[in-house]
Design a protein around this ligand. Sequence first.
Ligand SMILES: [Zn+2]
Length: 278
Amino acid sequence: MEHNRPPQRRGKQQQQDPLKVLLIVLLLACFILLGVYLLRDNTPAPADTGATTAAQTRPPRTEPTKTSAPPNTEAHKTEPATAAPTTAAPTTTETTPADESWKLVLVNADHPLPEGFTVGLKELRNGHHVDERIYPELQQMFDDARAAGIYPLINESFRTAERQQEIMDSYIARYEAQDMSHEEAVKKARSLVALPGTSEHQLGLALDIIAEYDADSTATWQWLKENSWRYGFILRYPADKVDVTGIDYEPWHFRYVGKAAAEEITERGLCLEEYLNK
Ligand SMILES: [Zn+2]
């Protein structure tokens, strides 16, 4: 073994001669590279330059992003604002069928409110609330009515399930006060008041409208019956549809269904159940 090693070393040394040259060249190259690298590191390494370069590189980076950020966000704000309709347009065109479905949600004794139903509400000046999506057309309808000498007033609008229950309870209490038994009072109240979860008012799409300055609302109801479809509303419980709707004639109760459906429903003399084939 000992004999073998020296010859091996010699052999290596002999072989390493050309290799040594290569190694030296490589080492030199490494040193040069290291030197260059260290020189580069050293220039930013000093605290001042480092700080300034850091300050120069950072602030210019943050400042441009800060100064460019507002323009960017502004640009983004204006771009999405202009792009929003285009980006929102596909989504709205995609959600258009969904939009149509919210307009035509059927709520009655057989079709309770969809589970987990929520709605974005718009508060009106008189404290009433409606589905915010119907507000522009509702406002337009009232404006046009006033221009025609009709002054409608919203008497009932969006109701929560709790409010619907309160109304039911007040009716029951009223009939009990009239010496009805509790069962009779409940039966009577349920014939007049929808059970919570089955009232269209919980959608925020139904309105009970009366005349603002007149005890007789007939003229107001007549105007609405003739014109409300132009704004997407229908007379929801017509006198000739009691058998279908299961609700007595309510000349004051108007329901938003959207302009297209309202026009067809009015033109064909349908009620919502018939229009939806339900
Ligand atoms: Zn009503």
